[in-house]
Design a binder for this molecule. Structure first.
Ligand SMILES: [Zn+2]
Length: 281
């Protein structure tokens, strides 16, 4: 079973500030990125058996997703779609929103973005979210790594900052998006020692040298079984991501560098993601 643990859906331009739209353009993302309709998401994810889908909520950086957008879409194909709620604990209504997305919208996990929202992952405003997520068995996918908007503080972006959460909430399932780029090594040592912390490989193939080194380090530390397949659609597609994985392994086999195992792409693409995250029914 192929699971894409990292895809986005938004509701067009109104989910983004003008400033963020300019910043997206300045790093090379065209307007197609922000106009991902349910139809486009469904077509682009037809090659996978299940997609986890969410928006982004971080007013500081200009993301204004509303969780109803994802919930309505998930209802169109609940067997193949799992919705996560985008939450921002700097908003005073966040705990009511958490209740609403679980009780009324049927969302099954949470997307948190400390760097985009501007809070430390152990900020007291976010701690009740971890408590409830552990209790309700909602996995949390963190953007815990670098990003481009100017106002998003790098000081809240380090993967090791999730360790205190893992120690306090040992049953909470957490995923570090994009292997915590560019601190992939930090993520790898974190997922090695914290049983319920995982990482996804989405969005990394475009920097092949770093991607090669990260995958090689994951092999050396023995954590490939904790790497989840993800695309970061609409930024990248399933086909791009699979090709990127296979190409880097082929390259390593041909060059005089420590090679990546031939079976590595299939191991990651077919990872038992729903079971690892406690989402298989
Ligand atoms: Zn993403």
């Amino acid at each position: 079973m192929i699971v894409d643990c990292h895809t986005h859906l938004w509701n067009g331009p109104k989910d983004f500030s003008d400033e963020l739209r300019n910043e997206l353009a300045s790093v090379g993302y065209c307007d197609e990125i922000i106009s991902v309709s349910p139809e486009r998401h469904a077509a682009a994810t037809s090659s996978v058996d299940c997609s986890i889908v969410f928006g982004l909520r971080a007013p500081l950086s200009g993301f204004f997703s509303v969780n109803d957008t994802v919930a309505e879409y998930v209802q169109t194909n609940p067997k193949r779609l799992i919705g996560f709620a985008a939450l921002d604990p700097t908003e005073s209504s966040v705990l009511e929103e958490l209740d609403r997305v679980v009780d009324q919208l049927g969302l099954r996990g949470i997307k948190l973005t400390p760097i985009y929202s501007g809070y430390h992952p152990f900020d007291e405003r976010v701690l009740p979210i971890y408590e409830r997520a552990e209790e309700l068995r909602l996995p949390i996918l963190f953007h815990q790594g670098a990003t481009f908007p100017r106002k998003a503080p790098l000081k809240f972006a380090m993967p090791h900052q999730l360790e205190d959460i893992a120690l306090r909430h040992p049953d909470l399932k957490m995923i570090v998006a994009h292997l915590g780029h560019p601190w992939e090594a930090e993520t790898i040592v974190l997922i090695r020692k914290q049983p319920n912390v995982f990482a996804d490989i989405s969005g990394l193939f475009g920097r092949p040298w770093q991607f090669y080194n990260s995958l090689r380090l994951a092999v050396e530390y023995g954590v490939v079984h904790k790497l989840l397949f993800g695309t970061d659609f609409p930024f990248f597609t399933f086909e791009d991501t699979v090709d990127g994985l296979r190409n880097i392994v082929d390259w390593s086999q041909k060059m005089e560098v420590p090679s990546l195992p031939i079976q590595l792409p299939d191991d990651i693409i077919n990872q038992n993601t729903l079971q690892l995250l406690g989402l298989s029914e």
